[in-house]
Design a protein around this ligand. Sequence first.
Ligand code: SF4
Length: 240
Amino acid sequence: MAEEKQTGRWGMVIDLDVCTGCNACVTACAMENNIPWVGEEDAGYGRGMHWIRVQRYWEGEYPEVSPHYQPVMCQQCGRAPCEPVCPVFATVHSEEQQINLQVYNRCIGTRYCANNCPYIARSFNWFDYSQQIPTPMNYYLNPNVTVRRRGVMEKCTFCVQRIYEGQERAKAEGRVVQDGEIVPACAQACPTDAIIFGDLSDPESRVSKAARNQRRYTLLEELGTEPKVTYLKGEGTYGG
Ligand code: SF4
């Protein structure tokens, strides 16, 4: 098997100052990645599925309260706690893109990875939700993304299908991937441009510059997971 070579160090910066909590990222992610709607009853049992969630925080006392929003997805840890606990190597590190990927046809559903993820970033398919999608909604499924089956764990991939597509297009045209050329669905849908995505190995990329902003921080930094998602602290200008 050919050895994987690093082709980028993909990362994300989320500016909480401009996030309005609109959930457009959540919807776009679900459409792009064939994430099923589990229905009210299963959601009530804690079986809801999403690869990104918008956490809400409230500041002040009613009626003088102001909301704060924080989109949270897989943080694409450089030292991922989910990886060593998988007995079948279904959650693996991609040397090529430097992200954490889930190999669905290896997953046997132990859920150890979800238990060991400090960011609660993983969703488990308790049932074959994809087979319950009523026509014509099944025509909306993205053919570039695997439709997962019952008993399989899943999570954000930084829209790896879009990364592959961008890399292949650049290769076919004999050039390198341009900064801003590859955009995950969440970033594409964000109306305030709160989500910046790009190659962290390029110090001049927009994402690298944003990651050096003095408002930067990473979630649960003290755990040493080396996340590839950086947050810019909200200063209360808008929602953040
Ligand atoms: S955020 Fe959770 S699922 Fe993602 S790489 Fe880190 S430990 Fe694994």
